[in-house]
Design a protein around this ligand. Structure first.
Ligand code: 8YV
Length: 325
């Protein structure tokens, strides 16, 4: 009897991790650049013992059902797992894995990039060069926001929020305010930050960076009322999940001078169509969800994701497990 199990991988991954998986098991990799549709997913998971998924794959109970009773592990190629019905997986005894830590620095670096880029109007400035509107040097042209000594508000002082705060406090001597879950173990006190309620953070901060996971409590956390609390000179950065911001309210705030600018690596939906009003907003600097897109982060994510599948098939705790361990 063969110990080889059936694994469906929803996209090709960088590096050689999938070869390692293929040595031990029968691996089928979705061959296309765009994700499988819901129907294609249901079709391809049938009979699988393990799934290696991406954020764009909605893994609900129907998918688990379609895989069948053999399904032991769902390994998500991401630190976030809001695409997976965790409760259903746990109920069915299916282990769910993620890929934390190895993408913390890459994502914090991108949050800094967005903060600086939005504060200094890099999108408009670059556009001026490429469109031929660069006519002369203007003493009062393209004035942005100064960073040094100002106040950073970190919403969600977890791994990535802390890494972002370190960069801004250390590099730009910023004062730090933050929110954190009540069950969060002690935060890094060397940063000299102050834990506050969200409303105070929004009122006091010159820069606000979002680092919470998406769940029912955080969906539209930054809504019309929250945006109205912010300084008109403030810059909002989001490298977490698009749904945390009420995007229609953000479009209005950016248009009406409610806030100065936004730097977004995540949107609703993704991809965001070029005709979307947010894309048309000159003070929105938008990137196509590349927070973890460094060579090292994406390679190490693949290694963890494969380790998670291998452990789950053996009935062991995963290297990074989010539910049953
Ligand atoms: C992933 C992310 O690249 O890890 C996450 O939660 O959002 C990104 O790092 C993306 O989810 C691809 O699955």
């Amino acid at each position: 009897e063969s110990s080889r199990r059936q694994i469906f991988v929803t996209r090709e991954l960088p590096g050689s991790a999938l070869e390692r998986l293929g040595q031990a098991h029968d691996v089928s990799v979705w061959p296309h650049r765009s994700p499988p549709t819901a129907a294609e997913l249901l079709e391809n998971v049938a009979g699988c013992d393990g799934l290696l998924t991406l954020l764009s794959d909605g893994i609900d109970e129907e998918v688990m059902q379609a895989a069948g009773a053999g399904l032991k592990v769902i390994s998500n190629y991401a630190v976030g797992y809001n695409n997976i019905d965790l409760e259903a997986a746990s109920r069915r005894g299916i282990r769910v894995g993620n890929t934390p830590d190895v993408l913390t620095d890459a994502t914090a670096d991108l949050a800094v990039t967005l903060l600086l880029g939005a504060a200094r109007r890099v999108r408009e400035a670059s556009q001026e060069v490429s469109s031929g509107d660069w006519q002369t040097w203007e003493p009062a042209g393209l004035l942005g926001r100064e960073l040094s000594g100002r106040t950073l508000g970190v919403i969600g002082m977890g791994r990535i929020g802390t890494a972002m705060a370190k960069r801004m406090v250390g590099g730009w001597n910023m004062k730090l305010l933050y929110t954190a879950r009540s069950d969060r173990p002690k935060v890094d006190e060397s940063l000299g930050g102050r834990r506050v309620e969200l409303a105070e953070l929004l009122r006091q901060s010159d820069f606000v960076s979002i680092h919470v996971a998406l769940c029912d409590e955080t969906r539209h956390l930054i809504d019309e009322a929250a945006l109205a609390e912010m300084k008109s000179t403030a810059v909002l950065v989001n490298t977490a999940r698009g749904e945390i911001i009420d995007q229609d309210a953000l479009v209005r705030s950016l248009r009406d001078g409610g806030i100065f600018a936004a730097g977004l690596d995540v949107t609703t939906p993704e991809p965001l169509p070029p005709s979307h009003p947010l894309v048309k907003s000159p003070n929105a600097l938008i990137l196509p969800h590349i927070g973890s897109a460094t060579d090292t982060a994406r390679h190490e994510m693949a290694e963890i994701a494969v380790d998670n599948v291998l452990a789950g098939l053996n009935g062991q705790d995963l290297r990074c497990e989010v539910n049953l361990a």
